[in-house]
Design a protein around this ligand. Structure first.
Ligand SMILES: *[C@@H]1O[C@H](CO)[C@@H](O)[C@H](O)[C@H]1NC(C)=O
Ligand SMILES: *[C@@H]1O[C@H](CO)[C@@H](O)[C@H](O)[C@H]1NC(C)=O
Ligand SMILES: *[C@@H]1O[C@H](CO)[C@@H](O)[C@H](O)[C@H]1NC(C)=O
Ligand SMILES: *[C@@H]1O[C@H](CO)[C@@H](O)[C@H](O)[C@H]1NC(C)=O
Ligand SMILES: *[C@@H]1O[C@H](CO)[C@@H](O)[C@H](O)[C@H]1NC(C)=O
Ligand SMILES: *[C@@H]1O[C@H](CO)[C@@H](O)[C@H](O)[C@H]1NC(C)=O
Ligand SMILES: *[C@@H]1O[C@H](CO)[C@@H](O)[C@H](O)[C@H]1NC(C)=O
Ligand SMILES: *[C@@H]1O[C@H](CO)[C@@H](O)[C@H](O)[C@H]1NC(C)=O
Ligand SMILES: *[C@@H]1O[C@H](CO)[C@@H](O)[C@H](O)[C@H]1NC(C)=O
Ligand SMILES: *[C@@H]1O[C@H](CO)[C@@H](O)[C@H](O)[C@H]1NC(C)=O
Length: 663
């Protein structure tokens, strides 16, 4: 019998086909086709088919051509030093703005098999961020959360398992069984690095609520539990067959209330004011459809934050036959390499972030990344995506979103910020850091740890799409300026020089600059932040490698200008004050060492018993296939309608895939 995950995949595709829209299909356990043969790709010979794991796909795309006429290579940026002189600035924010969303079913692969066997590279990566901004926010949840059940124990001491559905009914969703050990894993991570957690409450059946995750979560995680998500993409429940077709925003309103009431009456839970909703996929409902039910005022005492989940693009057609013509990554690449990309992706949320402010609630982008259905080869894993995610993050910050969580899947996606090695290679290979992890680092340093960062889009160089910039204020004064160059031109002719001057103050005598650099927007691994890197494929243990280099630029105080060069491609973070630089440049970062070859552990500063090497996991858990690929609003207007004939092909394809993965 095929594993239930496959049945579910087939079902999800069938449901999508029947409903005539493809963009939000949720698929478990699929393998990527990986069959790109983009003729313009530089590293893959024409016609070459890559059939390995998505995360290691070598496809390198060409940078888009320089626009004609080219953007200005010299321009001035006049900023105010005093925040009080600036109109339109964001709400105060923290550099832990970007966090991560980890699908519940891949927790043991990314964090560790059990609470005494944690992934050291993961700890090191989180430590990099925590040493800059204090703490890291991580959401454990996703599509599998609604069907999750806590059980006392599982066979072989496993902490998590997907249960097959005996009936084989393809409209059932796999049950995710997990033991409280999962929460001890999170707790032990938090005891080593300041990571705080969001958890999802299962919502598949509100007449029989399963609140154990809230109960165990609160008692095991204590203050490290930030909040509980109620419902994951409820606007897609009807389409996915998880609710009757009539299910609407008022039904969600009612179910949220049932959970809130049940938690208030649950003696195992002391806190019921930490709920998060509605987490709509902005697919079948607009966020406003939920606000219009009176959701915010009715539950203001229960709501910690308001949330949505949104991917600006999708790559579903490349993975599944019957969904129309796959998008060509090379053609799609240019869409990501402009400032308007991030701006357009969230323009529809400005009304909601204003509503959230009026209600005194933070607004969280609970799950996002480059594109749903795993992202695009050559895009999601490129330096271009790093620039895009950095700009998108700062744009979300400027738009008064309080936090955004980048989704982390298995090895079958292109967009991971970090990926553990395939289990069968783990005794000699290490982690692979995705370009967007550098974006998280740079956003952390741009906003700093003081909770006072306010950011404004500079509409630099007459609102150039290729050379945007932001100014960031802390404690009410200008702290940093962030400058992007999306173009690629190794000749240097499209590097630009921005001259920063202040309207209400004199520029300092010197500023410091950290660069995020790579030779091309197509680059996968040769990426540096202040001249340091996390390494190439299988090359990371989560610590920065190489010598840090921060450039000092002397300003012209008589003409009130600091000239900052920004290479094509590149990003420059300009520190206007020593405090701003000091905050973003930790003198020490706790690290957790491991040696792949000898498996010795250097645990100078941590409890030895709590650590193990990141390597040497048993082969049993080899599949990293069970992951959410998220959903996208990109296809909202133009859904592709696969025919029933197409559907039959899809089912055959899925059956074939099943043979591949159900070893
Ligand atoms: C944790 O996992 C490791 C690796 O599989 C195993 O050796 C160890 O016994 C496990 N510890 C517990 C407490 O289950
Ligand atoms: C909800 O999910 C649980 C765990 O997967 C399952 O046992 C139960 O039958 C589901 N209920 C409904 C109504 O889908
Ligand atoms: C870490 O995990 C071990 C094994 O579950 C447990 O005994 C220990 O109490 C945990 N430590 C913390 C700080 O949670
Ligand atoms: C913002 O949302 C509110 C609540 O749904 C709605 O009444 C209002 O028309 C919206 N405004 C805009 C500009 O969309
Ligand atoms: C963000 O919020 C501030 C303060 O309310 C407001 O002035 C600003 O216009 C908002 N920004 C956007 C892009 O909506
Ligand atoms: C490891 O697993 C991958 C994916 O299942 C497979 O393609 C590869 O051949 C395996 N490698 C080894 C060395 O067994
Ligand atoms: C700025 O951009 C606008 C709109 O693209 C254009 O009309 C205007 O001429 C530009 N101004 C300068 C100084 O380049
Ligand atoms: C890495 O990129 C830098 C530019 O960012 C370039 O100078 C260097 O030669 C590249 N190294 C390799 C090995 O490609
Ligand atoms: C950048 O890092 C490389 C490798 O660690 C090192 O050789 C080089 O000296 C560094 N550059 C600067 C300017 O410090
Ligand atoms: C902001 O103020 C805090 C507290 O006084 C201080 O620690 C921090 O360095 C300041 N940051 C900047 C960028 O001025």
């Amino acid at each position: 019998m095929p594993p239930v995950s496959i049945l579910f995949a087939a079902w999800a595709l069938a449901a999508a086909a029947l409903n005539g829209v493809h963009a939000w299909v949720t698929v478990y356990s699929q393998q990527p086709l990986g069959a790109y043969s983009t003729s313009s790709a530089t590293s893959t010979a024409p016609g070459t088919i890559y059939t390995g794991l998505a995360v290691y796909d070598p496809l390198v795309l060409n940078p888009p051509p320089i626009p004609s006429p080219p953007p200005a290579t010299q321009f001035g940026i006049t900023v105010q030093n005093n925040a009080a002189n600036v109109v339109g600035m964001s709400i105060p924010l923290n550099g832990n703005f970007y966090g991560f969303s980890i699908e519940m079913s891949v927790v043991t692969q990314v964090l560790g098999l059990n609470a005494s066997f944690l992934q050291v590279p993961f700890l090191n990566l989180m430590s990099q961020l925590a040493s800059r901004v204090g703490s890291v926010h991580i959401r454990i949840g996703g599509n599998t959360q609604d069907y999750a059940t806590i059980v006392p124990s599982l066979a072989d001491g496993k902490a998590i398992e997907k249960q097959q559905i005996p009936s084989g009914n393809p409209t059932d969703t796999p049950t995710l069984l997990m033991t409280p050990e999962i929460l001890y894993i999170l707790s032990n991570v938090s005891s080593l690095v300041d990571v705080k957690w969001y958890l999802g409450i299962p919502l598949n059946d509100t007449t029989n609520l399963r609140l154990q995750i809230a109960e165990y979560g609160e008692s095991i995680l204590g203050n490290n539990l930030l909040g509980l998500q109620v419902g994951n993409e409820p606007d897609l429940y009807a389409r996915h067959g998880h609710r009757p077709s009539t299910y609407g925003p008022y039904d969600y309103f009612g179910e949220f209330g049932q959970v809130a009431l049940a938690l208030e009456n649950d003696h195992g839970v002391s806190v019921s004011n930490n709920l998060i909703g509605p987490s709509v996929a902005t697919g079948d409902w607009r966020p406003e459809d939920v606000w219009d039910t009176g959701f915010i005022s009715a539950y203001t005492n229960n709501l910690l934050a308001l949330s949505v989940e949104h991917y600006p693009d999708d790559n579903c057609a490349a993975l599944y036959q019957g969904f129309g013509t796959p998008k060509d990554p090379q053609a799609e690449f240019a869409n990501f390499l402009v400032h308007s990309s991030g701006r357009n992706a969230i323009a529809y949320l400005l009304n909601s972030t204003a509503i959230a402010q009026q209600a005194g609630k933070p607004f969280i982008m609970f799950e996002t990344n480059t594109a749903s259905c795993g992202g695009f080869p050559g895009i999601s894993d490129s330096f271009g995506a790093a620039l895009w995610a950095l700009d998108y993050g700062l744009q979300m910050a400027y738009s008064n979103i309080s936090h955004a969580l980048l989704h982390v899947g298995g090895q079958n996606v292109y967009y991971n910020p970090f990926t553990p090695p395939p289990t069968n290679q783990s005794t000699y290979h290490q982690w692979t850091i995705g370009p967007i992890f550098y974006s998280v680092m740079a956003v952390a340093e741009a906003l700093g740890p003081t909770n006072t960062a306010q950011i404004i889009d500079l509409f630099a160089s007459n609102n150039s799409d290729q050379t945007p910039g932001y100014a960031i204020y802390e404690n009410g004064s200008l702290a940093r300026v962030a400058l992007f160059n999306y173009m690629t031109d190794p000749s240097g002719a499209n590097d630009y020089v921005a001259t920063i001057s202040m309207a209400d103050a004199a520029v300092p005598a010197q500023v410091q600059v950290k660069y995020l650099l790579a030779p091309s927007v197509g680059e996968h691994y040769n990426i540096t932040w202040a001249n340091q890197t996390f390494g190439g494929q299988f090359g990371a243990d989560g610590r920065l490698q190489g010598t840090e280099y921060i450039q000092t630029v002397n300003c012209d105080t008589s003409s009130n200008g600091c000239q900052i060069r920004v290479p094509a491609p590149g990003f420059a973070l300009v520190f206007l004050t020593n405090n701003a630089l000091k905050e973003s440049t930790p003198t020490s970062t706790a690290t957790f060492s491991t040696t792949a070859y000898t498996k010795t552990i250097n645990t100078a500063s941590v409890d030895v018993s709590a650590l193990a090497t990141s390597n040497g996991r048993s082969g049993k858990d080899a599949q990293l296939g069970s992951t959410s690929h998220g959903s996208s609003g990109a296809g909202r207007a133009a859904g592709v309608y696969p025919s029933m004939a197409g559907l039959a092909v899809v089912l055959v394809a899925v059956t074939t895939v099943m043979k591949v993965i159900s070893r």
